[in-house]
Ligand binder design. Sequence first.
Ligand code: DX5
Ligand code: ZN
Length: 221
Amino acid sequence: MTILSPSILGADLLHLGEEIEKTRRLGIRWLHLDQMDGLFTPTIAFGPQFVRAIRLKTDQFLDVHLMLEYPMQHIEDFVAAGADLITIHYECKDDPEKALRAIAAHGVKTGLSIKPATPPEAIEHLLPLCDLVLVMTVQPGYGGQTLREDCVKKLPIVKEMIQKTGRDIYLEVDGGIKAGNMERVVKAGANVLVMGTGLFGVRNPERIVSAAHGEDAPCTL
Ligand code: DX5
Ligand code: ZN
C-alpha cells in the first residue's frame, strides 16, 4: 500500500476543518504540514500553533516538513504541538545529524529531505538515523509546481541505499505529484506521496485514494 500525505498548503485554508475531515473520511491516515521560514524558502508558513490546531482536530499522523534554515531551535515546539514525524533538510544551516538526534530524543519519528540539486549519496551516512527520506521533486517553496524528472531519477538510488541499511525507511516524494504520475513515482521507489493541489484541487480524490490504497480502500465520501 502506498501512503498518501495530503499537503495542507493545497487545501482551502478558510475551510481547513472540512478539508481535513474529507481526507479522513477518504481513509487517508497522514497529513503533510509544510513549515517555511522565508529564508530557506522564499515564502512563509505556518508555525507550531497551526500544527497544534490540526492536532486537536484529528488523530491522523502529522508529517511535519521543516523547510527552515535553523530547524534545531523549533523542534521542541513542533513536538509539543503534536507532530508525529519531523523532517528537516540536509541543506539546513544546523548540523543535520544533531537535528535528527534531537527529534529522535523526543520520541518522534525522523525525516531527512534533499532539495533537487542535492545528490542522494550526500545523505547515505545519515540513513541509520532516519525513519523517512523525503526526495523533493520541486524546488521547496510553493505548491502547484511541475514534477521534476531529474528528481524522479534519484528515487531508485535512494531506494537501493535504504535497502542496504536493512531497515524500513519510508521514501517520500513531495512536489508536483498528481493522479497521472503517481504510478510512475511508486514504480521508481516512493511509498509515501505528498499531494497538495493534486488531491485538494481535483473533483475525484477517491480515485486517487483507490489507486494508492488498492481496491479495498475505505472510501466513504
Ligand atoms: C513545496 C511543499 C509541498 C507542496 C506540494 O515546497 O513542500 O508540500 O505543498 O504541493 P503540490 O502537491 O501542489 O506540488
Ligand atoms: Zn512539503
